[in-house]
Each structure stands twice: as C-alpha cells, then as structure tokens.
Design a protein around this ligand. Structure first.
Ligand SMILES: Cc1ncc(C[n+]2csc(CCOP(=O)(O)OP(=O)(O)O)c2C)c(N)n1
Ligand code: SF4
Length: 255
C-alpha cells in the first residue's frame, strides 16, 4: 500500500514535476487516483481519458494507456472503448466546464445507459484553462471573468449539482460520490469504490471532486483553502450520494 508521501507506482516519472499551477487541486486528485489504481493493481488494464481544459495536462501523467478528447466527449470515447474491450478499466477525467456545460449531453446519456465506466469530474467553479470564466458550478455571488459583479440566479440560474443529477438519472445501479482534494484519504476511498463498482460489472460510477484553482480565484494559500473547505462545501455536500427508500418506491411505480 502507498503512503500519501510516496509517488504512486502508476505515475509516469518522466512527466514530473507536473504542469499544473502551484496550489492546483488537479495534482491531488490525480494522486488519490494513482494510489487507488496501485492498490487495486490494475495499471495494465486502465485506459485513462482526459478532456479539454486543464485536465488535458494529465495526458502524460500516468504510465497507462491514455487518450485525450474534447469537452465532455471523454465520456463517450471511454464508453466506446469499454464496450469494444470490456476487460479494460475505463476512466474519463474532465473539468466542470467540459462535463457539465459543453459536453453535458454525454454525461446525461452515459448515466442513463448505465455505461460501465468511471467518470471523474473536477469542480473548481470556473473554466480554468481559458482564464476563469463562469462555469455551471460557479457559486452564487462568485466573481469570475464573465460575472464581474458575481453570479446571479436571474442571469445564470443555480450552480449545477452534478452528482445529485447523475444519481437521479442513473439510480441504484450507479456509484456516485462527491469528494474533495481537502481530504485525499477519503477521496482515494471513493475512487476505490468507484473502480471496484466497475470491476464488478455493476455499472456507472461518477465522482465529482471539489478542487482548487488559485490562479483564477486569485487567492493566496489561506484563502484558497478557505474557499475550498468553507464556501464550496456549503453548497456542494461531500459524501456518497444514495437513493432513499421513497425514491426507489417511486421508481418502481408503473405510473
Ligand atoms: C467547443 C469549444 N468551446 C470552447 C473551447 C475553449 N475552451 C478550452 S478549455 C475550456 C474550459 C474548460 O474548463 P473546464 O472544463 O472547467 O476545465 P478546467 O480548465 O477548469 O480544468 C474552454 C471553454 C473549446 N476548445 N471548444
Ligand atoms: S488554471 Fe486553475 S485548474 Fe488550471 S492548472 Fe492552474 S490552478 Fe489548476
């Protein structure tokens, strides 16, 4: 078992130090994922897909087969690979712009088809790579390049609650959770469960990761952590997302 201080075995050493900004959460999320891959000993079976946006900087992050695609299209590309080669472990890795806005139709349809893949979506409340525009996850009142006076419900609606949406679509066949780079041990546990769900052939698994983007938030270390741990978690609840007994009953109703 790796300790958190070690580099995961499945990381590609030649691409380290990595290319993310200092303080970026992507590196922590990919560390938790790397440890989960090591613990399950599945490095030779994983096909990793990364999206457009800062997630694409992970194209050479792991020593595993990797494909890079466009906005949310990572989901159907990985689903296609999984259908053609059911023995692989398919992981689609993307940002909130790619997954919830530009390519959201793919997430919705993959969830409703219960594709047997694992989707990991980094929620940093903005479009990181292009300079910090509003994303579906931008919090109410949050200032971004395109919401200089703060996001309002009237103009832009409520921030997307992705895991809750996916769970509502995919139901009990899916393993769904929201983790945070502020708790890497818990995040690794969620990744383990998601990958085990796929290995057991049970169906779709989806993990949203609350993550930091100090470059576009324009925050120092203390304020970055504060925004991640205090502001984001008020609206985005961390934990595994279940289906209540009442919801199951409604789903079973012929009407
Ligand atoms: C169809 C299309 N629209 C817009 C862009 C420009 N673009 C590239 S990356 C990006 C933002 C991605 O943001 P997100 O998915 O949140 O990832 P992050 O960079 O925050 O990790 C955009 C809008 C594009 N490449 N193609
Ligand atoms: S712009 Fe934001 S999301 Fe992209 S690498 Fe820098 S800190 Fe990370």
């Amino acid at each position: 078992m790796n300790s958190l201080a070690q580099m995961p075995r499945c990381w590609r050493l030649a691409s380290k130090p990595h290319k993310f900004c200092p303080g970026c959460g992507h590196g922590l999320a990919l560390k938790a994922l790397g440890i989960a891959i090591d613990e399950l000993n599945i490095q030779n079976k994983v096909v990793f897909g990364c999206d457009i946006g800062c997630s694409l900087l992970a194209w050479d992050f792991f020593d595993v087969d990797t494909v890079q695609t466009h906005h949310g299209r990572t989901t159907p590309v990985i689903a296609g690979i999984k259908r053609a080669r059911p023995e692989v472990i398919g992981i689609a890795y993307m940002g909130d712009g790619g997954g919830y806005a530009i390519g959201s139709q793919h997430l919705v349809n993959a969830a409703s088809r219960n594709e047997k893949i694992t989707v990991i979506l980094i929620n940093n409340t903005n479009y990181g790579m292009t300079g910090g525009q509003m994303a579906p996850t931008t919090l109410l009142g949050q200032k971004t390049e395109t919401t200089p006076y703060g996001r309002t419900v009237e103009e832009a609606g409520f921030p997307t609650q992705g895991p809750e949406m996916v769970k509502a679509i995919a139901g009990e066949n899916a393993y769904v959770a929201r983790g945070t780079v502020a708790n890497v041990r818990q995040l690794k546990r969620f990744f383990l469960r998601a990958l085990e769900h796929q290995i057991a052939g049970k169906g779709f698994s989806f993990i949203e990761v609350l993550s930091s983007c100090p470059t576009n938030w324009r925050t120092n270390a203390r304020d970055t952590w504060k925004f991640l741990e205090e502001e984001m978690t008020k609206y985005f609840k961390v934990g595994e997302i279940g289906v209540t007994a009442a919801e199951k009953e409604v789903a079973a109703c012929p009407e």
